[in-house]
Design a protein around this ligand. Structure first.
Ligand SMILES: Cc1cc2nc3c(=O)[nH]c(=O)nc-3n(C[C@H](O)[C@H](O)[C@H](O)COP(=O)(O)OP(=O)(O)OC[C@H]3O[C@@H](n4cnc5c(N)ncnc54)[C@H](O)[C@@H]3O)c2cc1C
Length: 505
């Protein structure tokens, strides 16, 4: 077993570790939370393998001014860390801005910090296993629930009240009782920049380099090519390291945290090698169905009060039948104008025809191809969301005494009217009082999940039912997505998994 000084280190490509007790594949939002929680539980000899570099540890909204950070997200060809290690058989879905941010921290260095628990209707059986739901929502290890614990920790990190947005009064606007959107974010002192939570924050040394917690090593620049499966058991991982070429790292426990598509590629490869899959694919891939509009509101006449909520982010769940929630961002747009950025986020149901498949011409560790398909119930969500958005805009325009210009949508998945509508150059050219609608392409919300569901492909203890020793974390393990953004649940489940691996649960 390595000594503490050896374990507590970030290494670059070329420095070899040949064995670990637990290998975590991917140092993004879920993998880093898992590694930190394993350290908290006293587990030693944890090795995080991250394909990207580990020198730049800042959230994009801390490192860059707002317009530049927005560009990095919505014009990813300008982001040196952007990679899409899959091909889409359902273009334009899972193309464009859909991809990974290959760096230590992953998308935890890009996310907006929106932390909403999954809705009761989504957590209802038979989808989510009852023991997981109880741990998330009722009580975990005899104390507060995981949602309560993680919520309290994130509120403390953000410097907000522990009860968060739930404790704040609703503000009715456009007929909707909005509450402030709960976000795990904090301002950079003395600056207008901000950052969202990342477990990496706990690892940032005084000189800005990463110092992992005790018991954890991180090896950057190391891409995991395949899970090493022999005689029906997990033996470790096979890696590509640009300095040393290929190699293997032995471990009895391997946790896939490489983002949904890449974790699923590795799972398909491992299960195929173990003879547990009839065909090299897993279904259930889902992202959120998101549509919205952006509108510039004219400046109020001099002396007149305008009853628009203060600049900020707000949300309200819509009727459960819509499987969605409504979000509104209010921003000053210069010369007294305001920009309303309104969106509905809803659930795409898991679908056996939405798959991650592995192209196995050259063996089971081939590249991934993604295929997505909407179910009839998803088309109903799309129509219901459009009604919510139209009704809301009509109510807002009436309330503000402006003309409720009819709101037109094009087909869902129109790449000419997608969520890049928020790019600064597009907003600047928009006509005042005329809402511009958009729909997100599937895969571009970065909420993709559902391919390795707990209680099905995985046991409710996060272990592959067909392959002991192999585990997974991240939104991939959600049996269904609900409407809420996934990260609060992903962080909670990483902690839950750490307790199982530490033998503490
Ligand atoms: C702009 C933006 C805003 C968002 N806002 C929100 C929000 O407000 N709320 C919310 O809940 N969610 C939000 N998300 C989504 C959230 O960030 C993701 O759901 C979350 O990061 C997924 O976690 P993950 O660990 O599964 O994947 P990631 O964070 O992407 O981490 C995966 C890691 O694995 C590494 N990796 C991949 N393949 C390999 C391999 N073969 N070998 C080694 N390493 C590998 C990657 O480089 C990466 O570091 C947002 C995302 C983006 C991009």
């Amino acid at each position: 077993m390595p000594s503490n000084s050896e374990t507590n280190a970030v290494r670059g490509a070329g420095e070899r570790e040949d064995a670990a007790r637990v290998v975590v594949v991917g140092g993004g939002l879920a993998g880093l939370e898992l590694a930190a929680a394993l350290s908290d539980q006293g587990v030693e000899d944890v090795l995080v393998l991250e394909a990207g570099p580990g020198e730049d540890l800042d959230h994009i909204h801390r490192a860059h001014p707002r317009d530049r950070a927005t560009e990095l997200v919505f014009a990813p060809e300008r982001d040196p860390y952007f990679r899409r290690p899959w091909d889409s058989a359902s273009a334009p879905h899972y193309t464009g801005i859909s991809g990974l941010r290959r760096r230590l921290g992953g998308r935890s260095l890009y996310w907006h910090g929106v932390v909403l628990p999954l809705e009761d209707w989504a957590l209802a059986t038979p989808w989510w296993p009852a023991d997981v739901v109880a741990d998330l929502t009722r009580s975990w290890q005899g104390g507060p629930s995981l949602y309560e614990r993680v919520g309290a920790d994130l509120a403390e990190w953000s410097g907000t009240a522990p009860e968060g947005a739930a404790g704040q009064q609703a503000r009715t606007f456009g007929g909707q009782p909005f509450r402030p959107l709960p976000r795990a974010c904090r301002q950079v002192p003395g600056d207008d920049r901000w950052e969202a939570y990342s477990a990496l924050d706990r690892w940032r040394g005084e000189d800005g380099t990463a110092v992992p917690p005790p018991g954890v090593r991180v090896r950057c620049g190391t891409e995991v090519l395949a899970v090493d499966v022999r005689d029906g058991a997990v033996r470790g991982v096979l890696v590509r390291d640009p300095a040393t070429g290929s190699g293997s790292i032995a471990a009895d426990t391997v946790v896939l945290c490489a983002g949904t598509v890449e974790s699923t590629r590795l799972a398909v490869q491992a299960l195929t090698t173990a003879g547990k899959l009839a065909a090299p694919r897993l279904g259930g891939l889902a992202d959120h169905i998101v549509q919205g509009f952006v509108v510039r509101l004219p400046a109020a006449p001099p002396g007149a009060a305008r009853h628009v909520p203060d600049p900020g982010s707000y949300y309200v769940p819509t009727d459960p039948a819509t499987r969605s929630y409504l979000r509104m961002d209010v921003q000053p747009a210069g010369d007294g104008e305001l920009l309303l950025d309104v969106r509905t986020t809803g659930e795409q149901l898991p679908n056996p025809d939405s798959v991650v498949e592995v192209l196995t011409a050259a063996g089971p560790a081939g590249p991934a191809r993604v295929r997505t398909a909407l179910r009839p119930e998803d088309h109903e969500v799309i129509e219901a969301q459009r009604t919510v958005l139209r009704d809301f805009w009509h109510a807002v325009a009436t309330e503000l005494g402006t003309d409720p210009v009819p709101m037109e949508f094009t087909g869902f998945g129109d790449p000419g009217r997608d969520n890049t509508a928020v790019l600064p150059e597009r907003i600047g050219s928009q006509r005042v009082g005329v809402p511009e609608t958009w729909t997100s392409l599937l895969g571009t919300e970065d909420h993709e999940g559902g391919t390795l569901p707990l209680g099905d492909v995985l046991t409710s203890r996060h272990e592959f039912a067909g392959l002991p020793g192999l585990y997974a974390a991240g939104p991939a393990v959600f049996p269904r997505l609900g409407a809420a953004n996934p990260s609060l649940t992903a962080l909670a489940l990483s902690r839950r998994l750490a307790a199982f691996l530490a033998g503490a649960a």
